[in-house]
Design a protein around this ligand. Structure first.
Ligand code: GLN
Length: 544
């Protein structure tokens, strides 16, 4: 029997509901259960693909090419279960499907209403496309009380009613704020939030209370009493230093044990050895490195969530703490070239991540030139590969007019829009006036590596598959000129048409990739490119 756990949030946003869900998934897995994690997002965008990363954080791409919420990244990093298109849905997607069906006449003349048509579509989403999982953890985005989330809450209420308590569990994540003047943690916001949830017919079975301080037992009992929850099912989620310590902390507070108790499952002891090892390695590094990330969305670190995590994983593999220095690429555009040097002091490696648009691109090219000329280990991801290619084209291949058609028409379209590419056996064609949403090369594509290249050594295999999210490609017509200038194409699509990886042989570590390796890195299996890159940074930090 598949059991459904619904996770809602109250009091404030950013409580780490996504992380909490991922951690519960990991803990249930550690007890030997098969899990699946899903997210229901109340906003009206059809998917987060067209949302600014500075507003909504990173867009996480799945193997099957869906642009999803960044919480799915947490789910994968903690459970290694590959998320799919069917694991994230928004109000916008639900409504557009319902309206498309209405236009097709599928509702046979019925008046279309939120209940039952929209709620049925939500319920179908929650219960469809499963593979005999023991648990489906379904997180509801937003905060209880938001107008947008009402249809989702109504749908999960109905599911709770239909399936019964033995198949469903409602967990509400709240905050216990600490009031300095009173020197106390306050439970009132939690009580109000639970009331709000009860007013839509949902009685939480468990509470996960985020707090900065320990809570006396009487207070915990009080929360249970006022919120109609068993006191043992009031779980304290105290802040910890590092997210990879959270599984151990929540387990110690009884989270997974109480979930099993709720479902009347016998209590197995979870195997948490790998989480203990990870937590130990993260807390006891042998050294540290500082890596500069030169990008545009540096103001909101959530816009590079997976990247930061993948660097931490590379650090775990190399037993170093990775400090990230976020640099806005525009500082490299100053007239006086020496003015940016102080930003790079004590930096042992540089990374230019994915990005969109012309603003700041010249600064990225300048930063890459510095890394190339000064033997600073360089890792380019997506846009960071395209800019590395432009840097070599302009500085070393005599192509002064080299540019990307993303910035407008140019003399040397070294980066350009492919009008066609092949996905599976299907040729996909894009036109200029196509919708902006969903027009990119998205999801997993295969890539063949050149034997003996750095890329092949790092991966330890010749055939790989990585996730993409971009519109533009390096133009293969420039291969000869770029390679003559020292930039080798060491990874190509199997048909040899799309450059996927470039690298330099005359540099300690200079690798740039068209895909997003950060999306597949996990703390217990760090991505090889991040392992190699952090190792090169560690080497460099020894030298300076
Ligand atoms: N803007 C570039 C493109 O669309 C790079 C995208 C990215 O870095 N994700 O191809």
């Amino acid at each position: 029997m598949t059991r459904f756990i619904f996770i809602t949030g109250g009091v404030v946003s950013s409580l780490g509901k996504g992380l909490g869900s991922a951690v519960l998934g990991a803990l249930l897995q550690a007890r030997g259960y098969k899990v699946r994690l899903r997210k229901l997002d109340p906003y009206l965008n059809v998917d987060p693909g067209t949302m600014s990363p500075t507003q909504h954080g990173e867009v996480f791409v799945t193997d099957d090419g869906a642009e999803t919420d960044l919480d799915l990244g947490h789910y994968e990093r903690f459970t290694a279960v590959h998320t799919r298109k069917t694991d994230n849905v928004t109000t916008g997607r639900i409504y557009s499907d319902v309206l498309a069906r209405e236009r097709r006449g599928d509702y046979l003349g019925a008046t279309i209403q939120v209940i039952p048509h929209v709620t049925d579509a939500i319920k179908a989403f929650v219960t469809n496309d499963l593979d005999d999982e023991d648990f489906v953890l379904c997180e509801i985005g937003g905060t209880v009380g938001d107008i947008e989330s009402l249809p989702f809450l109504e749908a999960i209420r109905q599911l709770g009613n239909e399936m019964g308590r033995e198949q469903t569990c409602f967990i509400h994540v709240t905050l216990l704020p600490f009031i300095k003047a009173a020197g106390e943690l306050k439970t009132k916001p939690t009580q109000h939030s639970v009331k709000e949830l009860q007013s839509v017919g949902i009685q939480p079975d468990m509470l996960l209370c985020r707090t900065e301080h320990e809570l006396p037992k009487e207070q915990r009992d009080k929360i249970g009493l006022f919120c109609n929850v068993r006191p043992e099912a009031v779980i304290l989620a105290e802040d910890v230093r590092n997210i990879y310590e959270v599984p151990l902390a929540y387990h110690a507070q009884g989270l997974d044990g109480q979930v099993c108790a709720h479902f009347g499952l016998e209590s197995k002891t979870p195997d948490l050895t790998s989480w203990q090892e990870i937590a130990h390695n993260v807390s006891n590094p042998e050294g540290e490195v500082t890596i500069a990330i030169v990008g545009k969305y540096t103001s909101l670190q959530d816009s590079y969530k997976s990247l930061g995590e993948a660097l931490t994983h590379g650090g775990i593999a190399n037993r170093v703490k990775v400090n990230v220095k976020w640099l806005d690429s525009e500082i490299f555009e100053a007239e006086d070239k020496s003015s940016y040097l102080h930003h790079l002091q004590n930096v042992s490696a540089m990374l230019v991540p994915g990005g969109f648009g012309q603003r700041g691109s010249e600064g990225k090219i300048e930063a890459i030139r510095f890394a190339r000329e000064h033997d600073v280990p360089y890792f380019g991801i997506c846009f960071g590969m395209q800019m590395a290619v432009l840097e070599t084209a302009r500085s070393l291949a005599g192509l002064a007019g080299a540019s990307s058609t993303e910035f407008g028409p140019c003399d040397e379209p070294v980066i350009g829009l492919m009008t066609e590419w092949v996905a599976g056996n299907e040729v996909k064609t894009r036109k200029d006036d196509d919708d902006k949403g969903g027009t990119m090369r998205l999801g997993a594509y295969p890539c063949t590596l050149t034997p003996g290249s750095l890329a092949e050594t790092v991966y330890g295999q010749e055939h790989i598959e990585e996730r993409h999210r971009h519109r533009y490609e390096v133009n293969i017509a420039y291969r000869e000129k770029l390679e003559a200038a020292g930039l080798k194409m060491s990874g190509l699509s199997p048909d040899g048409v799309l450059p996927e990886i470039v690298e330099r042989e005359d540099h300690p570590w200079f690798v740039a990739v068209q895909f997003h390796p950060e999306l597949k890195s996990k703390p217990f299996s760090p991505h090889p490119l991040f392992v190699g890159f952090v190792a090169a940074a560690r080497e460099k930090s020894r030298l300076v």
